[in-house]
Design a protein around this ligand. Structure first.
Ligand code: AMP
Length: 289
């Protein structure tokens, strides 16, 4: 396994792989890797011969009161997981390599970044779009895997690739869940035992909405209530439960009928952790079957 921290060396490896007729795959992550990330790597490996995993806790996507400094950093274990999942290279740069002195350019996403997490994490998607643009620029032509767990991020990046003509094919990967339905997340390790149990309200609520949608329910407020009610009973707070068109992310409110492909998404806080999850109704399976 090649582990690099220098951006130019990373760019050279990707160029070298392409010169050797290898298809390049990219899996951007913040590390603390779990089975969800491993699935992204395996899926990328199906589409590419040479898969690079990037591990970088990107400061520009964290707000001042968020968990940047305590975000788990587990590089050795991460490299091992990357090897097992079939990656060829790990790129783990220092912050000063990605944002050297004088760095000032930022990539500003549009309306897709507005609702959901955009309202609660100002600047978050600008930070994501900026770092992903830097990674795309270093990697060059590639297939890049992104999880549907972060559905809004996936949509922002699909727009980024289209709007800025990056030579990148975006590969969306379905959300990987624990056996009880909780979406895997590096932040799950912040949860106490009680929080971990309570957090199951998220996949339960999403599954209730999934059932109602499959039975023909299309009123936005009815579907969001099915998600909100079980979560509000156990969470410390809810940032949002909203439903939107799965492509445009235009939010449907009150009794407005939702599209046949709608994403219902939630962000809720359980003492130590802010968890997000979603289901694309009309596309994804229910989190709990
Ligand atoms: P992160 O390291 O959490 O920023 O995530 C890196 C990539 O892994 C993103 O594309 C995420 O959407 C994806 N990812 C994280 N958790 C999961 C999961 N449970 N299932 C599928 N993809 C995931």
């Amino acid at each position: 396994m090649i582990v690099l921290s220098d951006p130019s060396a990373f760019r050279n490896e990707c160029e070298q792989a392409r010169r050797s007729q290898k298809r390049v795959g990219l899996v951007p992550t913040m590390g603390a890797l779990h089975e969800g990330h491993a699935t992204l790597i395996r899926r990328a490996r199906e589409a590419a011969d040479f898969v690079a995993v990037t591990i970088f806790v990107n400061p520009t996507q964290f707000g001042p009161n968020e968990d940047f400094s305590r975000y788990p950093r587990t590089l050795d274990a991460d490299v091992e997981k990357c090897t097992q999942a079939g990656a060829s290279l790990v790129f783990a740069p220092e912050t000063s390599a990605m944002y050297p002195p004088g760095d000032e350019t930022r990539v500003v996403p549009g309306a897709t970044a507005g609702p959901f997490c955009g309202e609660f994490r100002p600047g978050h998607f600008q930070g994501v779009a900026t770092v992903v643009s830097k990674l795309f620029a270093l990697t060059g032509a590639c297939t890049a895997a992104f999880g549907k767990k972060d559905y809004q991020q996936l949509r922002v990046i699909q727009r980024l690739v289209t709007d800025l003509f990056f030579p990148v094919v975006v590969l969306p990967v379905p959300t990987v869940r624990e056996s009880d339905g909780l979406a895997m997340s590096s932040r799950n390790r912040y949860l106490s035992e009680t929080d971990r149990r309570n957090a199951l309200a998220i996949p339960r609520g999403l599954s209730a909405a999934h059932r109602a949608f499959a039975a023909g329910e299309r009123r936005a407020s009815v579907l969001t209530s099915l998600v909100r009610n079980p979560i509000s009973a156990v969470a410390n707070s809810i940032d949002y439960v909203d439903i939107a068109d799965a492509d445009t992310l235009a939010i449907a409110r009150d009794d407005a009928p939702v599209s046949d492909r709608s994403v219902i998404a939630v962000a809720a806080r359980f003492s130590g952790a802010r968890l997000i999850d979603n289901v694309v109704l009309g596309e994804d399976p229910a989190p709990i079957g």
